[in-house]
Design a protein around this ligand. Structure first.
Ligand code: PLP
Length: 962
């Protein structure tokens, strides 16, 4: 449209990203609007959104900034960060991310855009990666079973505490935490314990434990100041009083140290960050949890298990999901939903790449360097507090301020302890030259210790007693002993990637999950040095670039949500729910209303809602929904009235999980307030709100935002995520703080809900880029096109499938549910058959049986172009035709392309004796002939795997047999 007379403004590209993020172009939008009988996006919104919730103004935000300019802006912020050499430790360490993993996994959309592996047939690659992670954790911890994964070490320890309580018959409500547990871990444990009604006792386990009767004990191995304690005697002391023992253990130390499992621990948790995942100012990284076999049914989090597919071949899938919140609701073992899959995969691959010898070399080097440092300090006359060590020395009797000044002058960060001591933590990246620098820092320039001869004076590795050295065989599985050349590693990673369906193949129309574009420009800053190598507890003045970025994002999200403050700490949506409910509880307590513990939740709610409420010590009262999917307002008001004395809050999702804009939401919020309750609005469906309305405007008090849904952080195959909460002013004083490094928003003394003050801070960059590049126009337009795409799909599918719920004028919001139950009743073909058959057509299934059993919930998002929607519609219509062929008796009910789906390459080679052709099986459309995605497993048997539970890597013979 530009001519030679255009002004520079007209020729500039600052709006270009909007057109790249949004799938359908103007012409396509017109055609789709015509299908819906409206003229414009405005008219679509007018006829879809209830009047009462329409914001009626533009967001007060900046205009879009081009990709180039946004990256240049962030470069400037990056330069405001000072990345010092970090010796702070406390569970966060320098590491060399193997480049083959950095490039092929961390920076590769084939890995980071995949969804949680609920559809195992198209997820075998990352399931194998996660199984490797579990095997690695089991070997290092010496336990029978491990999950993949938890959010961070501190929440993992809090989960371990709850696991100890669940699995212990003692009446005690007391939990003992060793006084050398990392302070952020203690902080999170205290927050959790308070609302479970448990008392936390902090002390020296060797001397104080015997004085208390406790249900569980938390230890740190090695301790936060570096000691490698005699774990056995502590575990034995706990066992003597039948308390269960959880050990937070450093994975690199476990390469050399006797495992907590061998010494009798019940649960082992920790952070695998130093296995090749950058610190990122706090995350994301994968925490682990391992336990004994007898706890398997009460362990929290995702567990990958081995099962078989319909051809009897081994196949992996998520095991024992009946423990989880989407089934057990408020009785679930935890509220964990999104975890840290991408980072768990990276840590597992780090072990695959280095193997046991490589890891041992790294651990020995760290220990040797620490021994040399310890010797040098000793010769320099400085007293060390920790008698034993692996990678950390703590010194006392020094001039802390002077030492710190010398450290900063050399670009080094040490851990400054409040009592005047200093800790120094070495890691994989440390060299002898660093030790020389550290000696100079601690001892002063003319210290007189001969560094050159130091090594000769260190006899072996002097850190800990010989009997604490492990002598069992670890990581002996072939997977950790094969891919050590870069060629092999690269091919192994590609082999796994090729098994998995991700956004690089096509759309993933998962309702409630908002699988939109994760643009390359949004991802790039995450791995820039100035952001990725920042320690979460680095002095704040070194993180000015981070702080500016976070403040800007807070302001943007506050405007987008209509709230007054945003707290960036929670690492997932479910953690956000927890943090938001915590703020409500604390607010009510401060007003003398601590007795308010009733939480109303509609029956259609996401499983994390009741699970989080239960963790806050609330009593869940379920509110009915009417047959058109709306909250049954009469039932809600009746229950609110009935519980008005003790009503704490209502949790609702908006638009509801049924994907319609409910008319009554404003009245509902007002009514709850009348009864003295607060409204928590689950923000998972913000993609239907941004720019059109806000939770604050609707009348709620607090919401979490799933930045990994609406705000472009990729799903990573099951995490990472970020679940910041927005709150109204009155709740702001009650949001999470942090014991080590207080976030700017927090009131002094408020406890933490996550290990790091700003959660998984590095991925906030993705959302910052997203907001910056879309600007106020692009953000609103994204929502409008998301609604357009969903209504277009609903309209095109309606002649073939029953669309279950509609709002005003027959419209859906940003997703739609199609009801397979009538079809199933008439034909026997189930929603699962359709989901699996879609794989043959080159699609990931929509959300299955949530929020209503026997349905499929489809959310296309704004990022899918019309051509992709049409390809999906074609697949769904053809599948409908196949169902009719089953009904007509052309294919038997137990031998047709639906019930046999998905089909693998192996299926169509060799003998073929099915009533349908090979071509129908695997090339049902022109699109599949042009570009075929091949599932690598047949339908996976879930119950078999749960009955024969295995969560370790199968022996190579088992693979060979098949
Ligand atoms: C995804 C989702 C959640 C949970 O978010 P996680 O980040 O997975 O913990 C909560 N509520 C709704 C409605 C969701 O869709």
């Amino acid at each position: 449209m530009t001519t030679s007379n255009s002004t520079l403004d007209q020729l500039s590209s600052s709006d270009e990203f909007i057109g790249r993020h949004i799938g359908p172009d103007a012409t396509e939008q017109k055609a789709m609007l015509a299908e819906l009988g409206v003229e414009s996006l405005d008219q679509l919104v007018e006829t879809t959104l209830p009047e009462s919730i329409r914001l009626g103004r533009d967001l007060n935000m900046e205009d879009a900034v081009s990709e180039v300019d946004a990256l240049a802006y962030l470069k400037k912020l990056e330069e405001k960060n000072t990345v010092n050499r970090s010796y702070i430790g406390m569970g966060y360490h320098g590491t060399h991310v193997p480049h083959v993993i950095l490039r092929n996994v961390f920076e590769n959309p084939g890995w980071y855009t995949a969804y949680t592996p609920y559809q195992p047939e198209i997820s075998q690659g990352r399931l194998e990666g996660l199984l490797n992670f579990q095997q690695m954790v089991m070997d290092l911890s010496g336990m029978d079973l491990a999950n993949a994964s938890l959010l961070d070490e501190a929440t993992a320890a809090a989960e371990a505490m709850a696991l100890c309580k669940r699995s212990n018959k003692l009446k005690s409500n007391k939990f003992f935490v060793a006084d050398d547990v990392h302070p952020q871990t203690l902080d999170v444990i205290k927050t959790r314990a308070e609302y479970f009604g448990w008392e936390v006792i902090v002390g020296n386990p060797a001397t104080d434990l015997a004085n208390h009767e406790v249900f569980g004990v938390q230890l740190q191995y090695p301790g936060t100041y570096g000691d490698v304690a005699d774990l056995k005697s502590l575990v034995d002391a706990a066992k003597a009083q039948k308390a269960m023992v959880s050990v937070a253990a450093d994975p690199l130390a476990l390469i050399l140290l006797k495992s907590p499992g061998e010494l009798g621990a019940d649960v082992v948790v920790g952070n695998t960050q130093r296995f090749g995942v950058p610190m990122g100012f706090g995350g994301p990284h994968a925490a682990y949890m391992a336990s004994s076999e007898k706890l398997k049914r009460s362990v929290p989090g995702r567990i990958i298990g081995v099962s078989v597919d319909s051809n009897g071949n081994p196949a992996l899938r998520l095991a024992m999901q009946t423990r989880e919140q989407h089934i057990r609701r408020d009785k679930a073992t935890s509220n964990i939903c999104t975890a840290q899959a991408l980072l768990a995969n990276m840590a597992g691959f780090y072990a695959v790449y280095h193997g046991p010898q490589g890891l041992k070399r790294i651990a020995e080097k760290v220990l040797r360097l620490t021994s040399i440092l310890a010797k040098g300090l000793e010769l320099g006359g400085v007293k060390r507090s920790n008698a034993t060590f692996f990678d950390c020395v703590t010194v006392e009797g020094i001039d802390q301020a002077a030492v710190n000044a010398r450290a900063l002058a050399k670009g080094c960060n040490l851990r400054l302890i409040a009592d005047g001591r200093i800790s120094i933590n070495l890691d994989e990246t440390s060299e002898l030259s660093d030790v020389a620098d550290l000696l100079e820092i601690v001892l002063g320039a003319d210290h007189g210790v001969e560094v050159a001869s130091l090594e000769a004076q260190v006899n072996g590795n002097s850190g800990f007693a010989a009997e604490l050295r492990r002598d069992d065989n670890i990581l002996s599985h072939p997977i950790f002993n094969t891919h050590h050349s870069e060629s092999e590693m690269m091919r192994y990673l590609k082999k796994l990637e090729n098994k998995d369906y991700s956004l690089v193949h096509g759309m993933i129309p998962l309702g409630s999950c908002t699988m939109k574009l994760n643009a390359a420009a949004e991802m790039m800053p995450v791995t820039w040095n100035g952001f990725s190598n920042m320690h979460p507890f680095a002095p704040r003045d070194q993180a000015e670039g981070y702080m500016e970025m976070i403040r800007e994002l807070e302001a943007g999200l506050a405007e987008i949500t209509g709230y007054d403050a945003v707290c960036m700490q929670p690492n997932s949506g479910a953690q956000g729910e927890y943090a938001g409910l915590l703020a409500i509880r604390k607010y009510q307590e401060a007003n003398g209303e601590g007795h308010r513990t009733i939480c109303l939740i509609p029956s259609s709610a996401h499983g994390t809602n009741p699970a989080s409420a239960a963790m806050m010590g609330m009593k869940v009262v379920v509110v009915k929904c009417d047959e058109s999917g709306n909250i049954d307002v009469a039932d809600l008001y009746e229950k609110a009235e009935q519980h008005k004395e003790n009503l704490s809050c209502l949790i609702i999702t908006y638009p509801s999980t049924h994907g319609v804009y409910e008319e009554s939401v404003v009245d509902i919020c007002a009514k709850i307030h009348e009864y003295g309750g607060q409204v928590y609005l689950d923000g998972a469906n913000m993609n239907a709100q941004v720019g059109l309305t806000t939770p604050g405007f609707i009348g709620s008090d607090v919401s979490h935002l799933n930045l990994h849904k609406t705000f472009a952080i990729p799903h990573g195959g099951g995490g990472p995520g970020m679940g910041p909460i927005g709150v109204k002013k009155h709740l702001a004083p009650f949001v999470a703080g942090h014991a080590v490094s207080k976030p700017e928003w927090a009131t002094e003394g408020n406890g933490a809900v996550a290990a790091a003050p700003y959660g998984s801070a590095s991925i906030l960059l993705i959302t910052w880029m997203y907001v910056k590049m879309l600007g106020k126009v692009g953000l609103k337009k994204s929502t409008e096109v998301a609604v357009l795409n969903a209504n277009y799909l609903a309209s095109k599918l309606a002649p073939h499938y029953e669309v279950l719920y509609r709002g005003r004028n027959g419209r859906v919001a940003h997703e739609c549910i199609i009801d397979i139950r009538p079809l199933k009743e008439a034909t026997g073909v189930s929603e699962e058959d359709i989901a699996k058959r879609l794989m043959d057509y080159g699609f990931h299934a929509p959300t299955m049986s949530f929020p209503v059993a026997g349905t499929l919930m489809i959310e296309p998002t704004e990022s899918e172009p019309k051509a992709e929607l049409d390809r999906f519609i074609e697949a769904m219509v053809k599948i409908r035709g196949e169902i009719d062929q089953v009904v007509a008796g052309e294919w038997p009910a137990d031998n047709n392309p639906l019930c046999k789906a998905p089909h693998t390459m192996v299926d169509i080679t060799g003998e073929w004796n099915r009533p349908y052709s090979r071509e129908v099986a695997v090339f049902p459309t022109a699109a599949t002939r042009d570009s075929k995605y091949w599932p690598t497993a047949n339908r996976v048997d879930n119950t078999y795997g749960d009955r024969h539970f295995i969560c370790s890597c199968p022996s190579i013979e088992e693979y060979m047999e098949d």
